[in-house]
Design a protein around this ligand. Structure first.
Ligand code: FES
Ligand SMILES: [Fe+2]
Length: 400
């Protein structure tokens, strides 16, 4: 549905952007921009988690974005489906909480119950002529690549095809299809989601803010583009594949191989292994890691022995959740094969530091004295991200 005054106001704001500079203040503060952002993000793909979180029929977990909620559920037929978490009676959430299991999905309000594939099974005391076949839970688009589960809240999301090869290469190299979740943490960041994503896309701040990360990762160095320049011989995964521009709204993924330094084999305090190796890359312990991402809100980090999923969830105009999920090989046992505290250490300490610096960024951006500033040579990822967002906002302004 077109909202002309809002579209005009947003296009005016877009025209005030200066290439190579950070965004004007209104992008981070105006409620109408946040509303448009949510529409834009809901129509694309986001990572909901890992397929191992619902291993057996009846297992489900939920994922949210703005006012939207999806149930990711494993059916009797073993197929993973995404269903809108909205009861077809009078609209209650059906599944409450992050995860659960059961033979049916039963609405807690008036107890309508649904089969695991979304079909309505039973509704009490309905009038003659009521057709249960017309009241199944709505199906949402879902895609599973190498164990990663992606959903969209849009009826017609962009084709996944452009994004899939890069994600498939990364997940195959690190055996993510057979992985399982070892740990998860959630970080509430009091900042607009774009400040969180801008921070994620540059390592200009890594030196000052992340001493633990910087000692291990070549990415923290100014000349990191020259490191790890050879594509992986087996998968063709290249160093620093740039974002494709998406003027026509296709979904995009990026993967980027990068070297570890000082002989480190993984992202641990001493560079030594944390868990059993994962996939062919783990078998080689090649001193590399891979950073990956999909669309606007999902990011991944693969080491030889563990993986990290970053799920960024805008909650309100100046409130964003960062959920971090740690993966290990499916056969690895906590205590015997890995220690959760050691495993989670690097990205926990890094996420806590990011929360602090992003919240200070939000505080400054909200002040009268804020004006856009120029990007450094170490912020091309953030500049590309911002340009991609602004182009998409302008392209879709009429329909948001
Ligand atoms: S709203 Fe779900 S049964 Fe009434
Ligand atoms: Fe950071």
């Amino acid at each position: 549905m077109s909202n002309r005054p809002r579209a005009t106001a947003i296009l005016e704001l877009v025209s005030s952007c200066r290439p190579g500079w950070s965004l004007p203040q209104d992008f981070y503060l105006r409620p109408d921009v946040f509303e448009a952002d949510l529409r834009l993000l809901e129509d694309r793909w986001v990572c909901a988690g890992h397929a191992s979180e619902a291993p057996a029929p009846g297992d489900w977990f939920t994922t949210e974005l703005g006012a939207q909620s999806a149930i990711i559920v494993r059916g009797e037929d073993g197929v993973l489906r995404a269903l809108a978490n909205v009861c077809r009676h009078r609209g209650s959430r059906v599944c409450v909480g992050p995860r659960g299991r059961g033979p049916l999905l039963t609405c807690p309000y008036h107890a309508w119950s649904y089969h695991l594939d979304g079909r309505l099974r039973a509704a009490r005391e309905m009038p003659d002529g009521f057709d249960p076949g017309a009241f199944g839970l709505k199906a949402l688009p879902i895609k599973v690549v190498g164990g990663l589960v992606f959903v969209s809240f849009g009826a017609d999301p962009p084709p996944f095809g452009d994004a899939e090869p890069a994600l498939a290469a990364m997940t195959a190299l690190y055996g993510w299809e057979g992985a399982r979740v070892a740990h998860r943490e959630s970080y509430a960041v009091a900042a607009n989601w774009k400040l969180v994503m801008e921070n994620y896309h540059e390592c200009y701040h890594c030196g000052p803010a992340h001493p633990e990360f910087s000692v291990l990762h070549a990415l923290a160095r100014p000349n990191n583009r020259t490191l790890c320049a050879e594509p992986d011989p087996k998968t063709g995964l290249a160093d620093f594949e740039a974002w494709a521009s998406i003027p026509d709204g296709r979904e995009t993924a990026r993967v980027m191989r990068s070297a570890l330094t000082h002989g480190a084999l993984t992202g641990s305090a001493d560079g030594r292994p944390l868990a059993p190796p994962m996939g062919p890359a783990g078998a080689r312990w090649d001193g590399q890691c891979v950073f990956g991402e999909l669309g606007f809100l999902s990011a991944f980090l693969a080491y030889a022995d563990h993986g990290v999923i970053y799920r960024f969830v805008p909650r309100a105009g100046q409130e964003t959740e960062m959920e971090v999920i740690w993966l290990v090989a499916g056969a690895a046992d906590a205590g015997r094969d890995y220690d959760v505290e050691r495993l989670a250490w690097l990205w926990d300490v890094t996420s806590r530091a990011d929360k602090r610096i992003i919240e200070r960024n939000q505080a400054g951006v909200a002040s009268r004295a804020y004006e856009p500033g120029p990007f450094s040579l170490m912020e091309p990822g953030t500049q590309a991200y911002v340009e991609r967002y602004v182009a998409e906002l302008a392209r879709r302004a009429d329909g948001l």
